[in-house]
Design a protein around this ligand. Structure first.
Ligand SMILES: *[C@@H]1O[C@H](CO)[C@@H](O)[C@H](O)[C@H]1NC(C)=O
Ligand SMILES: *[C@@H]1O[C@H](CO)[C@@H](O)[C@H](O)[C@H]1NC(C)=O
Ligand SMILES: *[C@@H]1O[C@H](CO)[C@@H](O)[C@H](O)[C@H]1NC(C)=O
Ligand SMILES: *[C@@H]1O[C@H](CO)[C@@H](O)[C@H](O)[C@H]1NC(C)=O
Ligand SMILES: *[C@@H]1O[C@H](CO)[C@@H](O)[C@H](O)[C@H]1NC(C)=O
Length: 648
């Protein structure tokens, strides 16, 4: 495999060596090893990462005493010295994805990518004054009324929202404003407030709002302070109180007034689990909701329908029935307003991840860095050992069977091809263009456009098989991992991959779970604690709970596998020379570096728990002793080690 990174790595070494001898020697490097900017880029990448790693560890403490304390020793000091640009290592990957997204979003080329791009730009520019004057500041509420068509229709009336009873009656709003209509419209635009309806291929799920927002009186009031400016403070109090009673009622925290059935008896009976009994309100709601989404009659009749947790839905809608329409209207609108605050524009890339990934998969913004084939080959190489073991331990039906007809199955595992097949389906650009083309985005209308895109996404989900991206046995998980891997490889040195994603791959897969091994480890670690623990002299041997043992055991095994992956990669790619030289420059070596990189992911996070997991895991690992060569009486070198016999 020939690809740029190989040259680049070697180039880094040469550059580092040269810059020691000769300050301005870059010109020659350029002619030999690709462009200067790229070189500078990768040099910077290794340089800043390693510098940070070296700074965070405390080089005057002994790694053989308490490795966690050693590796994280200067973490707090670093944080204090550079509070602004300091980022804990465990956030690196997310930060890298954010940086890449925000620097490339303007260059997106696909139709769906451009929608994301516009939305993100508008999100960033919210409230920066309008096109005509520039200086006139509109409030969030005013923008909502301008940008969302079904609110704009009532702009006049809604400018005095939220409503007290006397306003509602005086202006006879019952005829104009209807909470069922509002809530159904919002829900069809991906903003559920009273009921959650979602789809998978030809399937409709109806569930209660699991996290129905119900803040305290004070929080209600403060969230309304912008729209209630200038009104009597009692108005805020009354409205907040009304909404709070409603949401508590919907959650079943307050007793409901008993309702009479037709024959005069009170209903104490709960509706059955399976069947959703539709009252007039819910019927109206469904009708409006589906009309807004414009599904055909046949589609709706053919669809499988699953109401879930019916008693909770009935409870909530009974509370709605017993509440003044005005109050429900206020509450629905309040939820919409809160949800549409959208404080973090980066969330757009997460909410519409499928669209983003289809843009990435088309490779327009990635091609300046590396080709897709190279990236796929690299990913396959990085995960080779993992995939091999994984395939051996999964039955054909779980993993293979879903993807390949028997005739196409190959002896060796073709991760790249499986990903390609999956992406062609899941990120099918033709299909996405059909579903998201011609949405009619308006200019300078973040909220309106956000709702349009959500609505299209909701509609699309009805025509799209359900995909669980967290399921570690399915290709979607690997597709996402692959894209994250690509971005990571543009921002971080290789060992960082094995210290984060590579390690997680093993941990989450469950491939290394082993009950016998865990029980053996439990016995052994307990004995180790009994033998060595001393609160003063050897605190790192503190006794562990059974959960902690399980975690330590799992950590130990995952780390070990990831470390071997890293060494496998070094050998396989003949990168060892380059990586070794770079690391040596910083006083590290490929034996040691992963121990630090992993440890530093855990700095300052639940120290009590992670320190134990890390130290007890490392001290029992032969690879650790090989790398750090601790003397016999050091705490990190126990006389007898646990967990070494159970691992193959
Ligand atoms: C420890 O690090 C400091 C800078 O952070 C350096 O000046 C010093 O020489 C290092 N000490 C050892 C023993 O490496
Ligand atoms: C670094 O380690 C030395 C020796 O163990 C210790 O005295 C010092 O306090 C440590 N520094 C920090 C910042 O923890
Ligand atoms: C609704 O769907 C029908 C066909 O299913 C289509 O003819 C019509 O244009 C759609 N209406 C809107 C407003 O999208
Ligand atoms: C992509 O979608 C189009 C339109 O829905 C369909 O005709 C085509 O077969 C799909 N391609 C793949 C590879 O699934
Ligand atoms: C939005 O603005 C662009 C130029 O900034 C213009 O080309 C486009 O026609 C506008 N679209 C609409 C729907 O007004």
């Amino acid at each position: 495999m020939r690809w740029k990174l190989q040259f680049v790595l070697i180039a880094i070494v040469i550059q580092i060596v040269r810059s020691q001898n000769d300050q301005d020697s870059e010109a020659e490097v350029e002619t030999d090893f690709g462009s200067k900017t790229e070189l500078a880029f990768f040099t910077k990448l290794y340089d800043s990462n390693l510098r940070k790693m070296v700074k965070i560890k405390n080089n005057s403490s002994d790694p053989c005493e308490d490795f966690y304390a050693h590796a994280c020793g200067n973490f707090d000091r670093e944080l204090e010295e550079n509070p602004d640009d300091f980022l804990p290592p465990y956030l690196y990957n997310k930060q890298d994805r954010m940086d890449f997204f925000s620097s490339e979003v303007g260059n997106f080329e696909t139709i769906v990518g451009k929608l994301i791009s516009q939305l993100y730009e508008e999100c960033r520019k919210r409230g920066e004054g309008n096109v005509f004057g520039g200086t006139s500041k509109t409030t969030q509420w005013e923008r909502l009324l301008e940008e969302i068509p079904f609110l704009a229709r009532h702009e006049q009336v809604l400018s005095s929202w939220p409503f007290l009873r006397h306003q509602w009656e005086r202006r006879q709003l019952n005829g104009q404003l209807n909470w069922i209509v509002l809530s159904a419209q919002l829900a069809a635009h991906g903003l559920p407030t009273l009921l959650r309806i979602y789809f998978a291929l030809d399937t409709i799920y109806v569930t209660p709002m699991e996290d129905l927002p119900c803040p305290s009186m004070e929080e209600f009031k403060s969230s309304l302070s912008d729209v209630l400016k200038g009104r009597h403070h009692q108005a805020a109090h009354i409205i907040a109180h009304e909404m709070r009673v409603l949401c508590r009622g919907m959650r079943g925290e307050l007793p409901l007034a008993r309702s009479l059935t037709r024959n005069g008896r009170t209903t104490t009976q709960r509706p059955s689990q399976e069947q959703l009994i539709l009252d007039e309100n819910t019927k109206d709601y469904f009708q409006l909701f589906f009309a807004e989404l414009n599904f055909s009659k046949e589609q709706l009749e053919m669809a499988r329908k699953f109401p879930l947790d019916v008693p909770k839905i009935s409870q909530a809608w009974e509370a709605l029935r017993q509440t003044e329409p005005r109050i429900v209207y206020n509450y629905v609108m309040w939820q919409a307003k809160e949800q549409l605050r959208y404080p973090d524009c980066y969330k757009i890339s997460e909410e519409f991840e499928r669209l983003l990934h289809s843009e990435y998969w088309q490779w327009h913004v990635l091609s300046p860095h590396l080709t897709r084939d190279v990236a796929l080959a690299a990913y396959q190489l990085h995960t080779t050992r993992f995939q091999k073991i994984r395939r051996a331990s999964l039955s054909r039906r779980d993993w293979y069977g879903h993807l390949w007809p028997a005739s196409v199955e190959k002896k060796e595992l073709q991760v790249a091809r499986i990903l390609q097949t999956h992406a062609q389906n899941y990120l099918n650009i033709t299909e996405l263009n059909e579903n998201y083309g011609g949405l009619g985005f308006a200019n300078n209308s973040f909220h309106g456009n956000l709702l349009l895109l959500r609505k299209a996404q909701l509609r699309h989900s009805f025509a799209s098989p359900y995909v669980d991206e967290e399921d570690v046995n399915q290709p979607p998980y690997f597709l996402r991992h692959f894209l994250h891997f690509v971005l990571l490889s543009l921002h971080r040195p290789t060992y960082h991959y094995y210290a984060t994603q590579g390690l997680e791959l093993w941990r989450q897969s469950g491939l290394l779970l082993d009950t016998d091994g865990r029980y053996t480890a439990m016995d052994c670690l307990e004995r180790q604690s009994l033998q060595h623990y001393d609160a003063e002299l050897a605190p790192i041997y503190r006794p562990l709970g059974s959960e902690e043992v399980a975690e330590t055991f799992h950590f130990y095994r995952s780390f070990q596998y990831s470390l071997r992956d890293y060494h496998f990669w070094l050998q396989g790619e003949r990168f060892a020379f380059a990586e070794t030289a770079v690391l040596q420059f910083f006083g590290l070596d490929p034996q040691k570096v992963l121990f630090y990189a992993v440890a530093q992911q855990l700095c300052n996070r639940q120290t009590e728990i992670f320190a134990a997991q890390l130290n007890r895991g490392y001290m029992n690992m032969p690879e650790f002793q090989e790398a750090f060569k601790c003397e016999a009486e050091k705490p990190m070198n126990p006389s007898s080690r646990c967990m070494i016999n159970m691992c193959e």
